[in-house]
Design a protein. Structure first.
Length: 334
């Protein structure tokens, strides 16, 4: 069991900044995110996108903002559970919380801060009728530990940056890598696409273009995949793993079942401190809603600061909060 003061659901920019605000008040944070890396949408969807509305930065690339936020919170030693989705939230008799993830990780905390952006990102599945039967049995939608694929036969499907980058990386690790893409050209970075084509010429990657996944089979676990080309010819490949990388779609997921007041796919909060209807549970960033809500990163930063002030009373119920400016006191870690 992981024990912390505040469990932050979501490791995007707002969740990361919440660690800083909590750290100033001597509260420890543990962050959980369904994605395999921190940064949320900024890292997963548009790392190279310039952002223009962060105070003090006329322009900053999304991945640079994530890097800076990580450096800012490093002194407070936050801990992370990545690549796992929070499935269950249970309030205990003493007012604290127990959270359970998709991989059965248990987290005990005094405060929950939901900073899940647009919700948890769920993979876009290939249109194979029985693919769900093989999830966790050879079908993976993200790569948490590349060593899992050492000396294995891997089929990667997709044409974006993730598919290209992992094909390149795993070509030196796996026994065999096959990249399947439904089009003739890739959506990912041109230099990565050129590298994949070069590796294919060298025989280090099997490259199948204008092709689609059409069937999957195995006895209890994945054994083979059928791929059909534009000539309608079907080819069956032996495979230990299929990694479809067709992108992610945001969904509210299990959060919708926790008894929170919802407005469509957003959590209603009190703008005094962004508390939800469950005492000790707060929602900050794009996941929340209130009159006049603006879905901006800088607004999420503001919400994180006010949330931390109220969270203090749950973590230290017998202490009086004394607000102090960092320009006077500096940033003192634990």
């Amino acid at each position: 069991m992981i024990k912390t003061d505040i469990c932050i659901i979501g490791a995007g920019p707002v969740g990361l900044f919440a660690v800083f605000e909590a750290g100033l008040l001597k509260m420890r944070c543990h962050l959980v995110d369904s994605l395999p890396a921190i940064g949320g949408q900024l890292s997963e969807i548009y790392p190279k996108k310039p952002i223009y509305d962060i105070p003090g930065f006329p322009s900053i690339l999304a991945h640079e903002l994530v890097d800076n936020l990580k450096k800012q919170i490093d002194p407070f030693n936050p801990t992370f559970t990545l690549g796992e989705r929070v499935e269950g939230l249970r309030k205990l008799d003493d007012g604290s919380f127990e959270l359970t993830t998709s991989d059965k990780t248990i987290i005990h905390c005094k405060v929950v801060a939901i900073a899940a952006g647009l919700g948890c990102f769920e993979p876009r599945r290939p249109e194979l009728p029985n693919i769900i039967n093989y999830e966790g049995k050879g079908v993976s939608y993200m790569i948490k530990d590349p060593e899992t694929f050492r000396d294995k036969k891997i089929v990667i499907a997709g044409g974006g940056d993730s598919a290209l980058d992992w094909s390149i990386f795993l070509s030196d690790l796996a026994k065999e890598v096959t990249l399947v893409h439904r089009n003739e050209s890739f959506r990912g970075a041109p230099d990565s696409a050129e590298k994949v084509v070069e590796l294919a010429k060298e025989g280090k990657i099997n490259l199948l273009l204008s092709a689609n996944l059409t069937a999957i089979k195995g006895d209890g676990k994945l054994e083979a995949i059928t791929i059909t080309g534009k000539d309608k010819k079907a080819t069956e490949l032996e495979a230990d793993y299929l990694i479809p990388l067709f992108g992610l779609s945001p969904k509210l997921g299990p959060i919708a079942e926790w008894g929170l007041n919802l407005d469509k796919n957003a959590i209603e909060v009190n703008t005094f401190d962004y508390a939800t209807n469950i005492p000790g549970v707060f929602a900050i960033g794009d996941i929340n809603t209130y009159p006049g809500k603006l879905k901006l990163i800088l607004c999420g930063f503001h919400e994180a600061a006010l949330m931390a002030q109220s969270a203090f009373a749950f973590v230290y119920p017998n202490q009086k909060l004394s607000f102090k400016y960092t320009t006077v006191n500096g940033v003192n870690a634990f």
